[in-house]
Design a binder for this molecule. Structure first.
Ligand code: S3P
Ligand code: PEP
Length: 442
């Protein structure tokens, strides 16, 4: 399978050639099970491992990033290949170091371009012996062991503006350090809700954690985790694509706003910062109602423009950019600098692919403020979207199919976070997989 063709649902005014009713017609009604959160899963797995695997974890994610974490935690192999999973790389590096395991940490070529020096420097200060196998500051790396930290090694300064995953990785191992750990965060703090998620999960498992966001410090006492059962919530990042689907459902006859999508397993009070999609999408025309089983999405009028700071929720930027582009909503984005060091350079990828759906992403203030707006002339549909080994490129562009046919290259990328994404998409659009031979023949 090398591409997927997504065909919009038929409108009520269209009928089949034999005069019968279309198979799928407006209004759109769908119930989506969703994958569970890989972020919550990967934290729970590290904490579980630090209790000697004595927690009962429920609803762990089927995401490849989580399945890779499970496999590597159980494996005796010398080499831990995390593939393209950022949290798995960063969390396991800290875990293997503090537990004194000799491991070679590696991943995909792109993973070996994603920086890890800030975490390695901090772990070295705490007593870890880590060497780089190729380029300083980047995987692959070799963890050789851990010697007990000195008295002074329980206080560290760490930059907060590159990746929050370094901070999460360090605080999660801190209860095992003889003197605990105080982290002083310097500079701007990106992805802060992910750090808060880590601290909340640690507290749930009995850790003694103090945070002071004014003073930008986190203090963890040397007190072991307590094993407990834990159930993982559905994934709000995965939910964002369904918000975009709802926003892009074409209005029915007489301007009726036709859509009802039920997303299962989401909670109003979530540990996940990507639940900010509720507020963002209110502006793009989606209303959220929390129910006993999750959240129900219905349509409302969109606003003409939207400005959002994605510092706290970088993984939502692609979803919102594509949705705004399709709706003709002028979108101003800030806080997206970290997108350049994720699965691909997501800013460059968006710039290339938005053009294909008749929009552009322009840098208004260097490395700070960007704008998405529609171009004067629409390109010929269907667009073929490249995915750059990035699950979020595939899933962010898929909702375009609510309005026009679209082809997405290498659809298998979704396995990183949401393996059943195309099955779920088939509930609202026609999904046809295209094999390489067919693609070149046509
Ligand atoms: O801790 C986590 O689970 C994550 C933190 C974020 O990364 P950064 O902290 O690098 O922004 C996010 O983009 C990633 O998908 C998951
Ligand atoms: C950036 C992401 O993941 P990671 O950094 O864990 O690879 C993501 O899932 O969008």
């Amino acid at each position: 399978m090398n591409a997927v063709r997504l065909i919009p649902p038929a409108t009520p005014t269209q009928s089949e050639p034999d005069g019968s009713s279309p198979v799928q017609a407006y209004p759109i009604r769908a119930t989506i099970p969703l994958a569970s959160s890989k972020s919550e899963s990967n934290r729970a797995l590290i904490i579980d491992a630090l209790t000697g695997f004595r927690c009962e974890l429920q609803n762990l994610s089927t995401a490849r990033d989580t399945q890779t974490m499970i496999r590597l935690l159980k494996s005796d192999d010398q080499t831990a290949d995390v593939l393209d999973a950022g949290t798995t790389m960063r969390f396991l590096t800290a875990y293997f170091a503090v537990t004194g395991q000799k491991k070679t940490m590696t991943g995909t070529p792109r993973m070996c371009e994603r920086p890890i020096g800030i975490l390695v420097d901090a772990l070295r200060t705490l007593g870890a012996d880590i060497t780089y196998l190729k380029n300083d500051g980047y995987p692959p790396l070799q963890i050789n062991g851990f010697s007990s930290p000195t008295e002074s090694a329980n206080r560290l300064s760490i930059r907060g503006d590159v990746s929050s995953q370094y901070i999460s990785a360090l605080v999660m191992i801190a209860p095992l350090l003889p003197n605990g750990l105080t982290l002083e965060l310097t500079g701007a703090i990106g992805s802060r809700p992910y750090i808060e998620m880590t601290l909340e999960q640690m507290r749930y498992f009995g850790a003694d954690v103090q945070d002071d966001w004014e003073a930008k410090t986190i203090t963890v006492a040397p007190k072991p985790y307590t094993p407990r059962p834990y159930a993982i919530e559905s994934d709000w990042s995965g939910a964002s694509y369904w918000y975009s689907v709802a926003a892009l459902v074409r209005d029915g006859d007489a301007g009726t706003l036709n859509a009802e999508i039920n997303l299962l397993g989401l909670k109003a009070k979530s540990l996940q910062g990507d639940s900010a999609i509720v507020d963002i999408m209110r502006s793009l025309g989606v209303e959220s109602t929390f129910t006993d089983s999750g959240v129900r999405l219905t349509k409302r009028q969109a606003e003409a423009s939207l400005a959002w700071d994605f510092t706290d929720c970088p993984d939502l930027a692609q979803t919102v950019a594509v949705c705004a582009a399709m709706k003709g909503v002028v979108l101003t984005l800030t806080g997206i600098e970290s997108l350049k060091i994720k699965e691909t350079d997501r800013i460059a990828a968006l710039q290339a692919e938005l053009q294909k759906i008749g929009a552009e992403l322009v840098e208004i203030e260097p490395n700070h403020r960007y704008e998405v707006h529609q171009l004067a002339t629409a390109p010929k549909a269907p667009a073929t979207i490249e995915t750059y080994d990035d699950h979020r490129m595939a899933m962010a562009f898929a909702p375009v199919a609510m309005q026009q046919e679209i082809i997405i290259d290498e659809p298998g990328v979704v396995a990183k976070s949401y393996p059943s994404f195309w099955d779920d998409m088939a509930r609202v659009v026609t999904v046809e997989f295209i094999l390489e031979e067919t693609k070149t023949a046509s």
